[in-house]
Design a protein around this ligand. Structure first.
Ligand code: NAD
Length: 310
């Protein structure tokens, strides 16, 4: 399959390497000039679990330099970069490739459908992970899986081909029954762990050891539950709380600092407007107040402003 990875940061690069190794024709597309130049000059360096580096020759392009068409575009920017990437790829999208995103956060479908017919959009969640070491260099740990669904299943005929392609690359994809429920579940988890660990400058285990973690958790998830009900999305605050509690031990994710913490440490914008911020905005629209989520989003934006000013 001819595949574009639009947003070839940590995750996009990991997926790109695996898909190319499985025989697909993969192009990495990215706006970070140094990253694109490093990949084209030296190949993509992947540091594996065992600490060893492997170099993969890959083709990388800036969005404006893409002239060819693709069967599948995998969008792996951060949520707040998605609209710009899709704008930059206007000509590529004119050929109506399928567009898949596994990016975190809620609201990605609304962003994508401004640029792509609903009938071409596939969304999902993934528990694969990856980190950027520097331009042209990622570090990968562990394995993962993908759960995905077409936004308009009745008019999307080749989900099976996409799943087969992902599985041939070892990406462990399966169809979701209710992808919006899966997206909200992951967003609920991220809106607790990412947001509080960033504000409190702690890892997941340290958050779980706080005597009031449950109160902090419920302040976010009770509002998620109410807004999800008004939006007719299946959501269980208690199921998300159980999932969160399962992350606290050192054997799971206790020692891990969530990606928002890393974005803040690197003075990069966070995905807060598509987590707590999204639920606060949607709640307002639907007449279901979500004041805790609104203030948490404001606090993260305040912290972004403070670290940027330093
Ligand atoms: P990323 O920050 O590594 O890359 C996203 C984009 O930002 C890329 O275009 C990248 O080139 C650019 N970028 C990164 N650092 C830059 C820098 N210093 N200067 C200029 N541009 C830079 O994002 P990611 O971790 O791959 O995440 C993509 C999506 O996947 C997000 O929605 C994220 O929440 C989600 N996700 C990430 C992981 C993970 O383990 N990283 C796991 C699951 C889901």
């Amino acid at each position: 399959m001819k595949i574009a990875i639009a947003g070839a940061g940590a995750m996009g690069s990991r997926f790109g390497v695996k898909l190319q190794a499985a025989g697909n024709d993969v192009t990495l597309i990215d706006n970070w000039t140094d990253h694109v130049a490093a990949i084209n000059a030296n190949g993509l360096i992947v540091t594996r679990d065992d600490g060893k580096d492997q170099v993969y020759p890959m083709t990388a392009l800036a969005p404006n330099d893409v002239t060819t068409t693709f069967d599948l575009v995998i969008l792996f920017t951060k949520t707040m970069q998605m609209d710009q990437m899709l704008t930059d790829l206007h000509d590529v999208l004119a050929n109506h490739p399928a567009v898949l995103t596994l990016a975190n956060g809620i609201g990605n479908v609304e962003t994508i459908e401004k640029h792509v017919p609903r009938s071409q959009i596939v969304v999902g969640t993934t528990v694969w992970s990856s980190g950027l070491v520097g331009p042209g260099h990622i570090k990968v740990t562990g394995t993962g899986s993908i759960s995905l669904q077409a936004v308009a299943p009745a008019s999307f005929s080749n989900l099976g081909d996409i799943i087969s392609t992902l599985n041939a690359a070892g990406l462990k994809a399966s169809p979701a029954d209710d992808v919006m429920a899966a997206i909200w579940k992951k967003a609920g988890l991220n809106s607790v762990l990412n947001t509080y660990c960033t504000l409190l400058d702690c890892n997941i285990g340290e958050f779980g050891a706080l005597p009031n973690w449950r109160e902090l958790n419920d302040a976010v998830l009770d509002e998620f539950q109410a807004v999800a009900a008004a939006a007719k999305i299946t959501f269980s605050a208690s199921a998300v709380t159980t999932l969160i509690a399962a992350q606290f031990s050192p054997e799971t994710n206790g020692g891990h600092y969530p990606s928002m913490h890393q974005d803040m440490a690197n003075h990069r914008p966070t995905e807060i407007d598509f987590l707590n911020g999204y639920v606060a905005r949607l709640g307002k629209q639907l007449g279901v107040p979500a004041p805790h989520n609104a203030i948490l989003a404001q606090l993260i934006h305040s912290q972004e402003a403070l670290v940027t000013a330093k």
